[in-house]
Design a protein around this ligand. Structure first.
Ligand SMILES: Cc1ncc(COP(=O)(O)O)c(C=O)c1O
Length: 399
């Protein structure tokens, strides 16, 4: 029996490919520090669990397709506090940010249409594009530039009659890059002038360090018809497993399309939407502490990496990722070796090989993405292990 070709042709995720080796390492009794996934270790606010405990019903019914009204109303208030105005009809609750960007791509693109994305990008964008037969067109960025954007001219050269949208995450996964106000305005201008959409994934919006200025695309009124905003509670409130995200747009045609898509999958989970509603009562101090914690971790990892011979990275401005170039030919082989053949006092480390965040062949081979989702002590230990591993790997390669 034959299965769908597009699903069969999906490349295995670069991170998941290595997971069996991490399992093998653990089976052999090694401790593995996991810096490979964007799964925060931060406690979820107690407001979420209290709402779950207090939820009392006889029937778990479907929520309205576009979302639980009380959650939507909290989301509107949240945006209003950012001086961004959204109305009820502009907001759709989705099953995580993942469903939000998949719906955005479905609503905007026909097969063989093109979507521009700063590369490296969040690899799941490309997974959905492959499934929908949409062509991902990379806007190449360089680690030496902190993965900031090239000129308007360089980006506009990539636009064809098939280009439907620019999709980007800001702050970025996997780069941690926060685009400057000028960069955000440049993308907005390109979209407006070329009549294409901006799909702006802002799930890491609060994770911005050093008082770096942050501009949401939603603050730019002149692109409101072009803009689709992707949001999620996963990272902001450390609730990755709750699977609640948002799709926001002021474009009426898109609203009808999103409504159809939301109806087709009936509803997002009601219990999690009720608990998510309570998250918006979390005191401001929660997020302030979380941001401070990530900033300290970023500083620590950046400093440790900068002191390892042959490693190159720029200090990222946001999210909780650092891309580092390692003095190895193939980072995937190096990670596999760290898991299977190396230990430092019976401990080792797993990071993400970066080639999975590129579609341009040959790029990212010697880079890794480090997610600083462990406490400072474990991060310090992980960086020590990385340094020892690189030392031993280099001696071994010279033999
Ligand atoms: C940039 C970006 N967008 C969206 C998502 C998906 O988040 P969710 O858990 O809301 O589906 C992630 C998850 O890591 C991400 O990094």
């Amino acid at each position: 029996m034959e299965l769908n070709k597009r699903v069969q042709n999906l490349k295995p995720s670069a991170i998941r490919k290595l997971l069996p080796f991490a399992a093998e390492a653990k089976q052999k009794g090694k401790k593995v520090y996991h810096l490979n996934m964007g799964q925060p270790d931060i406690n979820t606010p107690k407001e979420f669990f209290e709402a779950l405990k207090n939820y009392n019903t006889d029937v778990i019914s479907y929520a309205p397709s576009s979302g639980h009204p009380e959650l939507i109303s909290e989301v509107i208030k949240y945006y209003s506090n950012l001086n961004i105005s959204y109305n009820t009809e502009d907001v759709f609750v989705t099953v995580g940010g993942s469903e939000a960007f998949s719906f955005a791509l479905m609503a905007v693109c026909n097969e063989l249409d093109e979507v521009l994305m700063p590369e490296p990008y969040y690899s799941n964008y490309n997974t959905y594009m492959q499934l929908l037969n949409i062509k991902a067109v990379p806007i190449k960025t360089k680690s030496e530039d902190g993965f900031h954007l090239p000129s308007r001219n360089d980006i506009e050269k990539l636009i064809t009659s098939k280009t439907k949208a620019i999709l980007l995450s800001n702050p970025g996964n996997p780069t941690g890059t926060v685009y400057t106000v000028d960069e955000v305005k440049m993308i907005a201008d390109i979209a407006k002038d070329n009549n294409i959409f901006v799909i702006s994934d802002e799930v890491y919006r609060e994770f911005v360090y050093d008082n770096h200025p942050y501009l949401s695309f939603a603050s730019l009124d002149y692109i409101k018809e072009n803009l689709i905003l992707i949001d999620s509670i996963s990272k902001r409130f450390s609730t990755c497993g709750a699977r609640i995200g948002f799709l926001l747009t002021k474009n009426k045609e898109l609203q009808s399309a999103f409504f159809q898509l939301c109806q087709a999958r009936l509803a997002a989970p009601i219990v999690e939407q009720i608990a998510a509603t309570a998250l918006y009562q979390t005191p401001k101090s929660y997020l302030d502490c979380v941001i401070h914690e990530y900033e300290k971790r970023r500083d620590l990892v950046y400093e440790c990496l900068s002191n390892i011979e042959g490693v190159f990275c720029k200090k990222p401005e946001g999210a909780f990722y650092i891309m580092a170039t390692l003095p190895v030919d193939n980072a995937e082989n190096f990670i596999q070796w760290m898991l299977l053949d190396f230990d430092y006092c019976n401990e080792t480390l797993m990071v993400a090989p970066a080639y999975g965040f590129y579609s341009t062949d040959g790029l990212g081979l010697n880079q890794v993405r480090i997610a600083y989702v462990l406490n400072e002590e474990d991060l310090k230990r992980s960086m020590k292990i990385l340094s020892k591993a690189l030392e031993e790997y280099s001696t071994k390669s010279k033999k």
